[in-house]
Structure formats: structure tokens, C-alpha cells
Write a protein that binds this ligand. Sequence first.
Ligand code: SF4
Length: 349
Amino acid sequence: MVAMTAIAKNELKRGDVILQVKDLVKYFPVRTSFLQSLRGKEQLAVRAVDGVSFDVYKGEVLGVVGESGCGKTTLARTLLRLTDATSGSAILEGVDILSRNHAEMKELRKKLQVIFQDPYESMNPRMDVQTIISEPLRIQGIVNSVNAARDIVASVLADVEMLPPEEYMSRYPHELSGGQRQRVAVARALALDPDFIVADEPVSMLDVSIRGEVLNLMLTLSRSRDVTFVYITHDLATARHICDRIAVMYLGKMVELGTADEVIINPRHPYTRALIGAVFVPDPRHRGFADILRGEIPSPVNPPSGCRLHPRCPHAIDICRTTEPEFITYEGTHRAACHLAGQLKPRQA
Ligand code: SF4
């Protein structure tokens, strides 16, 4: 085994690979009855993430997009070690997140932070804003009291445009609007000056009118503080708005990855084309993606053979039923897993 050396903060330049995910697998065993286990029935599992490999570059916003059940949230939770991977590796700045023990993970959390979907759920309603934001600083031993953290709290509140900070520090979560609560969640994630933030559907519970503000804030922070974001979302339109690159997942697999323009304007995979056709119909540049999928998403316990999309894909041919397509690079950074990805027309006239 090759020893890995942690990369010191600021050693990486913008655009360097900060996270390398390789063959990541997460299966959840399905509970079987005692009788079934006595009969020697095969242990079934939900294949939530099933062999996913990709790089993330320092300072970018990478969107991971897909319908519910595609594995994107499990991917996020596995990278954050909120659940253990079945196999694979995820090397963040030279350190494999997936093989760290509890004490080592505590150290890694200084670099790796999370923003959850529901800011209200993720905050203690009995803590004021100053205590909420300073909590990770105290856990990490960076400060030993709430008061000692006051300058850092004021600074990150200013970063998330909650001004003047003193006005918000003594408020409790119920005294804030949904958008302000999510800004506090972003401020809490920033308090440790992390390099990498995973944001799991961070605006899906907010009013449409304020989603853009919080997303723009993430984009601004990624530029001004060189923070790398992985933005987990079911919403292709918001991913298009803030992401440098977009990865599309379907049934536990990554099926397409490229710059936001490559994926949205010239999608290679029929699943991406179907998503775009459903979301961007009013935009004339996207008319013509007439890929309409048949039926429902199959069970991740027993996914289809070959290409997992084949029972639903309008372009499926014989090989699709038997042979899993490789995740191939077509041009630049644009990758897709489809036997016909090189032949599908950019747009149907
Ligand atoms: Fe459709 Fe075949 Fe491509 Fe899968 S490999 S997306 S079934 S054309």
C-alpha cells in the first residue's frame, strides 16, 4: 500500500485536484427474515452508489444532479463519513477520508464541512447564532469559550452578508427567516476556514425568491475564499446557474460529467437529455432534446443488466441490455457512460 501524505493548506492552487474519488461503492443490506437466511437466500442490498469515480478541482463548484433515489445524497453522506463506504477511496488533499478513524476524522473536519438541506433541523433551537457558529470552533479546541470566538463569528457573519453581525449574534433560529437561517448554516460551515464544503440540497426548503441569493452567496465564497463546493441537487436549473461542472447520476452510477455548458448545451447521455428536455423547454437552445424516458426508475436492489437506463431509454440497442457502458472521456473534461454517446446528435432538428 502506498503511504499518503497530507497536503498542507494553501499548497494546492486553484484548479488542482483537491478530491479524487475512485470506485466508490455504498450498499445498504436489505434485512432478510430468519427463515430466508436459514434457506441460504442471497443477501440483498440497495446499491445506492455503485462504482463512482471522479475528481473535484480546488475552488470549483461541482453540481451532482439526479432524481431522488439516484444516489447523490448517499454519495455526499459517504464523502462526509456520515455513513461508511462499502469500498473505494476518496482522497482529500492527500488523505483517504474513507479509511480515517474517529480521531483522524475530527482533524479532517477542519477541512471538510457540510451544509444540510434543512437549516432549522440542523441547529439547536436553544442556542443563539453566536453559539451555533462558535460550536465547531470549541469542539476543535480552536477557542475555549463562546466569547473568545466572537471575532471569528463576526467575520463569517459578514462573509454571509448578515450585517451588522452584532445584530444577529444574539438571535435564536426561530427569530430568523429561512434564508437567514441558511446563511447562518453557511457561516457555521465557514467558521473553521474549510477547504471543501458539501452542500446537500441547501436551498430546496427555501422560498424560490431567496434561493438565488443563497446560491449566489455560495458562488461568491467559492471565488473569494477558494472554497470548493460539491452542490447536491435535484434541480438542474440551479446547477446550471452556479456550477462550474455538473455530474449527472442515475441509479447509483455517474452517467455524465462535464462543464456546465458541455452538459447542458451538448449533453451526451440520453438521461441528461431527458432531464434537460423536461427542465429547459422554454429555452430555444434546448428544444429538440426529445428523449422521453419510459416507465419508472427501477429498484436499486435489483438494477437492470447492462446499461441501467436500457428499459427506459428510447435509443437502447442490443448491446445496452448486456454490456455496461464505460464512463469515457469524449472531449476536454466531458465524460459520459453510453454506448451511443459519440453518435447522438447534439440536438434533434
Ligand atoms: Fe440508452 Fe444504450 Fe446509452 Fe444506455 S447505453 S443510455 S440504453 S443508448
